[in-house]
Ligand binder design. Structure first.
Ligand code: URA
Length: 422
């Protein structure tokens, strides 16, 4: 077998055989297939696609490239959630302790942000002392003792995907449904969760810009999970506007704690509860009542124990930005659009995200929103507050903010998008 013949097969719109797929994933992981060869193959897959059999085999080969975790020693059923990524998407933070408070074990392996979408680990690292890196034994011990753990995936889990995802990120080959589905599902299946709820985002701030593409991604992932014995369901949810009223690391932790305290923005609460119900259902805990666990403080109790178990101080003040810039409404009326992508780019430019994997992020940087689509606004009122420690970033962030919103006439037509689309 050789890499050039595998690339040629896909370049010429052929189907890759099981042997070709097994060989190329294994040889790439071992360094025998070069990055430039894998990037040519990834581009051929992006352009010419893969059928279900190829996607299933590709996923199985990526799982086989590393270790599989085993949660069979736990007495509780396991349930995990994966979001395909968005702006202001802090849902994992209240959701994991909430579902644990209702009786499931939640092993939440999470990632860092890249580009305009935030990463759960970057958000949690704004809590003084909190550690993302746990050994497999530590992870299992937190999961067993607290019921929920949010941490980085160990290096042993789907190493083929780690290499391939980094390569796709710099070769314009991220946005391919077969590659996204196999990347996400190889990690989730190797992680060993019994059930999985997928939050597939649709809209300007998401990978999937159309409902049709989101449906195809969702059904591909549900098929892969089901074939591997993981009870898998997917919700398609709106990402045309940011979730909640904050985009940025410490800002989003603050908002998540508000949700756990029984408050917080309505859309964040609605999506947290919708995903919690799906996770509990998939885990066989149909009688659990997540709304009650939010209201009676039991989810907050699990949050505090989870943060402490990973070295964090849940009572420590969160970092605040050294500089702020307020953007005011230029006219009165109704906010009819607040674009998720533009706000995500602004937060990223303020320092909340990174351009390269090794870049640091600013814990306090980001965008605070004072109105959401559908809200009335008055000329001169604060619309957004930009936060950063490095004020020279304001001008660059403002370029993205400029076209991010529309204000319509008061009393005009406005139809809000539901949070859960399907
Ligand atoms: N998240 C992943 O883990 N992989 C992808 O390919 C895209 C998003």
């Amino acid at each position: 077998m050789d890499a050039v013949s595998v690339i040629r097969t896909k370049r010429d719109r052929g189907e890759l055989s099981d042997e070709q797929i097994d060989w190329v994933i294994d040889a790439y992981t071992r360094g025998e297939v070069a990055d430039e060869q894998m990037s040519a193959l990834a581009m051929a897959i992006l352009l010419n696609g893969m059928d279900r059999r190829e996607i299933a085999r590709w996923t199985a080969a990526m799982i086989a490239s590393g270790e599989r975790m085993d949660f069979s020693s736990l007495t509780r059923p396991t349930a995990d959630k994966h979001s395909t990524g968005g702006v202001g998407d802090k849902i994992t933070l209240p959701l994991a302790p909430l579902v644990a408070a209702c009786g499931a074990a939640v092993p939440q392996l999470s990632g860092r942000g890249l580009g305009h979408t935030g990463g759960t680990l970057d958000k949690l690292e704004s809590i003084p002392g909190w550690r993302a890196q746990l050994s497999n034994e530590e992870m299992l011990s937190v999961l067993d003792g607290v019921g929920a753990v949010i941490c980085a995936a160990g290096d042993g889990l789907a190493p083929a995907d780690k290499k391939l995802y980094a390569l796709r990120d710099v070769t314009g080959t991220v946005e391919a449904i077969p590659l996204i589905a196999s990347s996400i599902m190889s990690k989730k299946i190797a992680e060993g969760t019994g059930s999985l709820v997928l939050d597939v985002k649709v809209g300007t701030g998401a990978f999937m810009k159309t409902i049709e593409d989101a449906r195809e991604l969702a059904s591909t992932m549900v098929g892969l999970g089901t074939d591997h014995g993981v009870r898998t369901v997917a919700l398609l949810t709106d990402m045309s506007t940011p979730l909640g009223l904050t985009a940025g690391n410490a800002l989003e932790v603050r908002e998540s704690v508000e949700v756990l305290a029984g408050g917080g923005p309505a859309d964040v609460v609605e999506l947290t509860l919708a995903l919690a119900r799906e996770m509990l259902d998939a885990a066989g805990l149909k009688d659990a009542d997540p709304a009650k666990a939010l209201a009676d403080g039991s989810a907050m109790d699990v949050w505090r124990r989870m943060i402490k178990a990973q070295g964090g101080d849940p009572d420590a003040p969160l970092p605040t930005s050294r500089e702020q810039h307020v953007v005011t409404a230029p006219s009165s009326g109704i906010l009819t659009r607040l674009d998720a992508y533009d706000i995500g780019i602004a937060a990223w430019r303020l320092g909340a995200g990174r351009a390269r994997k090794e870049d640091p992020v600013q814990a306090a940087a980001g965008v605070e929103m004072h109105a959401k689509p559908g809200d009335p606004v008055t000329e001169g009122q604060p619309l957004l507050t930009l936060h950063t420690d490095t004020p020279e970033r304001f001008a660059y962030a403002l370029e993205s903010v400029e076209g991010s919103y529309d204000i319509g006439v008061a009393g005009g037509e406005f139809t809000p998008s539901p949070v859960v689309l399907e």
